[in-house]
Write a protein that binds this ligand. Structure first.
Ligand code: MLT
Length: 245
């Protein structure tokens, strides 16, 4: 059995991976932790994506010398790529899973959007309205109401300051495109077919830039594919792991 370390997306927490665990039973030992500031973490939020990658390195170190696959969704994918830049030579993963993410840094418009988001949610004082605003971009129109509710309530439950600080960390993240061509481990790139934030064209290009990467489209899912279609996503990961381990 191989260890799988999952890194969650912005405004989400470790629970976003819960739906994948039953399908991975017997194949993987799953390690999903809250990044500092999210979920049940009582630590202050981290101000850079590189610091998040360092937190993942500390988590990996707690596994001892075990072989592990590193996977992330969206912000979690940015963290995975930052991990490769910072720690990949010293403590390389045996495989990668990239859900609904990108390697490029934010452009000027996206950076302005991060500033506006951080200012707005700080002014609003909670994440109820933010979660509601985000929903049409986060989930597919085909998402089950139960999945949509789970995404929305998970976001609304996070501390405002953690999402504000993480938004500014994403604003300032480094471009990771240079690491893609150097990846030498089996990689699964998976994207919700209705993902409006990191759409399939970009994800296909991401997969094409990674030697030997496998690309998979998740039907009927948006940006938070593992929460919207957990059965399909865990089957994809299970199949990938049986080839990667
Ligand atoms: C996420 O889901 O982590 C965010 O959509 C990432 C982002 O805003 O770039």
């Amino acid at each position: 059995m191989i260890d799988v370390v999952w890194v969650h997306g912005l405004g989400l927490d470790r629970r976003m991976w819960d739906g994948l665990s039953p399908g991975l039973a017997g194949v993987a030992r799953v390690h999903a932790e809250d990044l500092p500031g999210f979920g049940d973490s009582r630590l202050p939020p981290l101000r850079t994506v590189d610091a998040m990658a360092d937190a993942v390195r500390a988590q990996v170190d707690r596994l001892g010398g075990a072989r592990f696959v590193l996977g992330g969704l969206s912000m979690g994918g940015y963290v995975v790529l930052a991990y490769l830049r910072r720690h990949g030579a010293e403590r390389p993963p045996a495989g990668l899973v990239l859900f609904d993410t990108r390697a490029e840094a934010d452009g000027p418009e996206a950076r302005r959007g991060r500033d506006e988001t951080a200012a707005l949610i700080r002014a609003e004082g909670d994440l109820e309205a933010y979660a509601l605003r985000m929903m049409p971009r986060l989930v597919s129109p085909a998402a089950a109401p139960r999945a949509s509710m789970a995404v929305r309530s998970m976001i609304a439950a996070q501390p405002v300051e953690s999402v504000a600080v993480a938004s500014l960390a994403l604003r300032d993240r480094a471009d990771s495109t240079a690491v893609l061509g150097a990846i030498r481990v089996p990689t699964l790139v998976a994207c919700g077919e209705d993902d409006a934030i990191t759409p399939p064209e970009g994800m296909r290009a991401l997969a094409a830039a990674i030697p030997g990467a496998r690309f998979a489209l998740v039907a009927g899912a948006g940006h938070v594919a593992p929460m919207e279609r957990p059965g399909e996503c865990s089957a994809l990961v299970r199949d990938f792991l049986s080839g990667a381990s």
